[in-house]
Write a protein that binds this ligand. Structure first.
Ligand code: NDP
Length: 252
């Protein structure tokens, strides 16, 4: 049986691709021959390193410094990709931030930053990309949610609200775009070894692991495999789904 994912030559945008899960997604797609452009916010050194490593591997990877909170910047960057590649086949909405604290202690900036990045950013990039997919009657959108979107967590009201919104956004957009042959799905990670989860993992590693059925943290690559599946030809008949890649964390 062939293992061809159908991703070779596809034009892919990954937001937040300079570090962590986003970087693993960029590399998973580029390794299959896709032409990948990733967005990042301000860590140019990390972005440069991803591009250099990709070039060394012979992959097609480009970086754009785009803050997903800025609708005009997102629209302009998406147009540049569409012009260069002639199409946009896959969008992965991965960029996200976390500012955990008890509700009473959250600052206005904590609330605004999390909602504007994790929800507003998804709207900004997706609204710019969708017309390109509609005109070709083809496309794959994969959103990165979180186990926090369904499982309550102390100190996570802003983050959980943002990720719950992504699940709802995924289902409604899937209904809206199905007739245009565009699928929309969501991958919801648990505790994954990246900078974002460092504080949680370092403060109480045994306590957190004890709440995960598989008793370990996940890797960025394990999340990237699930994203790859939704974008690949193996998921032609899958839309509107939220797949938890969390070692069973949601069930505990
Ligand atoms: P990291 O903090 O490791 O990386 C975040 C990435 O997003 C970076 O590339 C960062 O760019 C980019 N980014 C952040 N804000 C913006 C912005 N405003 N505009 C453009 N890019 C931005 O995060 P993870 O890899 O851990 O997380 C990736 C996704 O997975 C997020 O949506 C997160 O919520 C989700 N997730 C993560 C979990 C985990 O345990 N790690 C668990 C569940 C979900 P820069 O380098 O320039 O700052």
């Amino acid at each position: 049986m062939t293992q061809d994912s159908g991703l070779a030559g596809k034009a892919v945008i990954v937001t937040g691709g300079s570090r962590g899960i986003g970087r693993a997604i960029v590399e998973r797609f580029a390794g299959d021959g896709a032409d990948v452009t990733f967005f990042y916010r301000d860590n140019a050194a990390a972005a440069d390193e991803v591009v250099a490593a990709a070039r060394a591997a012979g992959w097609a990877v480009a970086a754009e410094r785009v803050d997903v909170r800025d609708p005009a910047a997102c629209a302009a960057a998406v147009e540049r990709v569409a012009e260069r590649c002639g199409r946009i086949d896959v969008l992965v909405n991965n960029a996200g931030v976390i500012r955990d604290n008890l509700l009473a202690l959250l600052s206005d900036d904590d609330v605004r930053t999390v909602l504007e990045t994790n929800v507003g950013g998804v709207f900004n990039v997706t609204r710019a990309v969708v017309p390109h997919m509609i005109s070709r009657r083809s496309g794959r959108i994969v959103n990165i949610g979180s186990v926090a979107g369904e499982k309550g967590g102390r100190g996570q009201t802003n983050y959980a609200a943002s990720k719950g919104a992504i699940n709802a956004f995924t289902r409604s957009l899937a209904a809206e775009l199905a007739s245009r042959r565009i699928t929309v799905n969501c991958v919801a990670p648990g505790v994954i070894e990246t900078e974002m989860s460092a504080a949680v993992r370092e403060q109480a590693p045994d306590e957190v692991r004890a709440r995960i059925l598989l008793r370990r943290f996940g890797t960025a690559q394990e999340v990237a495999h699930a994203v790859w599946f939704f974008a690949s030809r193996y998921a032609d008949y899958v839309t509107g789904q939220v797949l938890h890649v969390d070692g069973g964390f949601k069930m505990e």
